[in-house]
Ligand binder design. Structure first.
Ligand SMILES: [Zn+2]
Length: 421
C-alpha cells in the first residue's frame, strides 16, 4: 500500500497539477466604494437590461449580486436605512441604532446623543485601521455620519496607531450627483480612500416628483440610466488607474424602493425589495448571492422576514460588514447584521487530485459548493488558452466528482477547476 501511495504521489508530480477556483490568488482589496442609490427598486435594473444599463450589468456579470435583498424590517425610509447600512444594525430594538426619523439632524445631534451610547460604524473600523475614508452624499441629512464621527464625537482610536477621533476624512454634500462622482474620482486618483460611502439621491428625488414607474421612457427609468453613467465613470477610473485596478471593490445597494410617489409603508414589497451587489477582485463573476450562500442566507421570495427568522435574507445592512470584510477587517462593534462577515462572494477552492490507475488517468475533487465546475487543461501554466475537458460538473456538496482523463501520455500537463454558476 505504501508503495502504491508513493507511486501515485510521483505521478501527481509528473502530471503537474493545479487546484484552484479561477478567483484564487487575487490581489488584496485596498479600496471599497460603498454606493447607496436612493430609491433604487429591485426590479428596475433587470427591467431596463444590459443595453440601457451597461455599467450596472458590468457589475452583475463580473460580480455577485441579488435583486432581492431587504431593507430594515420596520422602516423603508432614507436616513434610517443609511444608518443601518453603515452601522450594521437594525433601526429598532435593543440592538438597533435607534435613529427613527428621516429629517435633518438638529445642530449637534449625533447617533450617540440620540441613542444614549456610542454607536460605531464602518467609518470607525476602517479609519482606526489606518484607511482614509470619504463620504459623498446627495442629501444634507446624511451629514449625520460626519457629525457623529467627527473629531469631537468620534471614539478614541485604540486600534494600533492612533489615527484620531475624526473617522470621516473627507465629507462632501452636493445635490448634483455628477459633482459628487467627479469629486470622488478626483480623490481616488490623487489620494485614494480605503473606504468610501457614496450616496446618489437622484432616483429618490425623481420618484417623489414623477413616480417610481418602471415603464419604458418614465422619468424614473431615465434617471436610472443617468446613474448607470455615473457608475461607468467610477468603473473607468478604477480600470484605467494602476493604483486602483485589481485592488478596488464596489458594494452597491439601496435604502428602499418605491411605488407611485412614495416608499412607505414598510410592509410593501416594492418598498422593502432592494438590490445588493458585490464587485471586485476575488468575487466570482455573475453569481447570484443566494446561490453562493445556500445555507446562511435564504431568498425570501416576496416575503418580509423578521430579524428572528432563522436564516436571514440578504439585507442592505450587510454593506458595512461586507465592506470591512473585503478590506480584511473585522466587523463593526455592536453590529448585528452579518456580524460573522460570512456573506460569501466566491466559492471555496476544491482540492484537485490527478491519479494514474492502470493505464488511465483520473481527476477527482470533493464538491465544496453548489457551483458548477469546469475542468480545464493546459500544456503551459498560463492565464488564458486553457482547454475545457468537462464542463458544468455539479453535485451534492461533500460528494466526490471523478473525471476520466483518458490514457496517461507521459507529457507534463496542468489541470485546473473553474467555478461558476
Ligand atoms: Zn431614500
Amino acid at each position: 500500500m505504501l508503495r502504491t501511495a508513493s507511486l501515485f504521489s510521483i505521478l501527481a508530480c509528473l502530471f503537474l497539477q493545479t487546484a484552484h477556483a479561477d478567483t484564487a490568488g487575487a490581489a488584496p482589496i485596498r479600496h471599497v466604494i460603498h454606493i447607496s442609490i436612493d430609491g433604487l427598486r429591485g426590479d428596475v435594473v433587470p427591467f431596463l437590461g444590459p443595453t440601457n444599463l451597461p455599467n450596472f450589468y458590468r457589475l452583475r456579470t463580473e460580480g455577485a449580486f441579488t435583486d432581492n435583498a431587504r431593507t430594515d424590517f420596520d422602516y423603508t425610509e432614507t436616513l434610517q436605512n443609511h444608518v443601518t447600512q453603515v452601522t450594521g444594525r437594525r433601526v429598532s430594538g435593543a440592538a438597533g441604532h435607534g435613529w427613527t426619523t428621516n429629517v435633518d439632524p438638529l445642530p449637534g445631534q449625533t447617533l450617540a446623543s440620540n441613542r444614549g451610547f456610542y454607536v460605531a460604524g464602518v467609518f470607525d473600523v476602517a479609519h482606526d485601521n489606518g484607511f482614509r475614508t470619504g463620504e459623498f452624499v446627495g442629501k444634507t441629512k446624511l451629514s449625520l455620519f460626519a457629525t457623529s464621527w467627527n473629531e469631537t464625537n468620534g471614539a478614541p482610536d485604540i486600534t494600533g496607531e492612533d489615527n484620531g477621533r475624526n473617522k470621516v476624512d473627507y465629507y462632501l454634500h452636493s445635490a448634483n450627483s455628477a459633482t459628487l462622482v467627479n469629486a470622488l474620482i478626483t480623490n481616488m486618483t490623487l489620494n485614494p480612500f480605503g473606504y468610501t460611502f457614496l450616496h446618489l439621491a437622484d432616483p429618490d428625488n425623481v420618484g417623489h416628483s414623477y413616480g417610481w414607474f418602471v415603464t419604458n421612457g418614465s422619468h424614473y427609468c431615465n434617471i436610472i440610466k443617468t446613474i448607470d453613467s455615473r457608475i461607468g465613470a467610477i468603473l473607468d477610473t478604477i480600470r484605467t488607474n494602476a493604483a486602483l485596478a485589481d485592488c478596488t471593490a464596489i458594494v452597491l445597494t439601496a435604502d428602499h424602493g418605491g411605488t407611485n410617489y412614495t416608499h412607505i409603508p414598510a410592509d410593501a414589497a416594492v418598498n422593502y425589495t432592494v438590490p445588493f451587489y458585490v464587485w471586485g477582485p476575488g468575487v466570482i463573476p455573475g453569481a447570484d448571492l443566494y446561490q453562493l450562500n445556500p445555507t446562511t442566507r435564504l431568498d425570501p421570495g416576496i416575503s418580509r422576514p423578521t430579524y428572528t427568522t432563522a436564516v436571514q435574507p440578504i439585507r442592505n445592512g450587510e454593506a458595512a460588514n461586507v465592506s470591512l470584510s473585503l478590506l480584511g477587517l473585522g466587523p463593526v462593534p455592536g453590529s448585528t447584521i452579518n456580524p460573522l462577515q460570512n456573506l460569501a462572494v466566491t466559492v471555496p477552492a476544491p482540492y484537485l487530485t490527478i491519479a494514474k490507475e492502470g493505464a488511465a488517468l483520473k481527476a477527482r475533487f470533493v464538491l465544496t459548493s453548489n457551483a458548477k465546475y469546469d475542468l480545464e487543461v493546459s500544456e503551459e501554466l498560463v492565464s488564458t488558452g486553457w482547454t475545457c475537458i468537462s464542463s458544468n460538473l455539479t453535485g451534492a456538496r461533500g460528494s466526490t466528482m471523478e473525471v476520466d482523463l483518458g490514457s496517461a501520455t507521459g507529457l507534463a500537463r496542468y489541470y485546473r477547476l473553474r467555478a461558476h454558476f
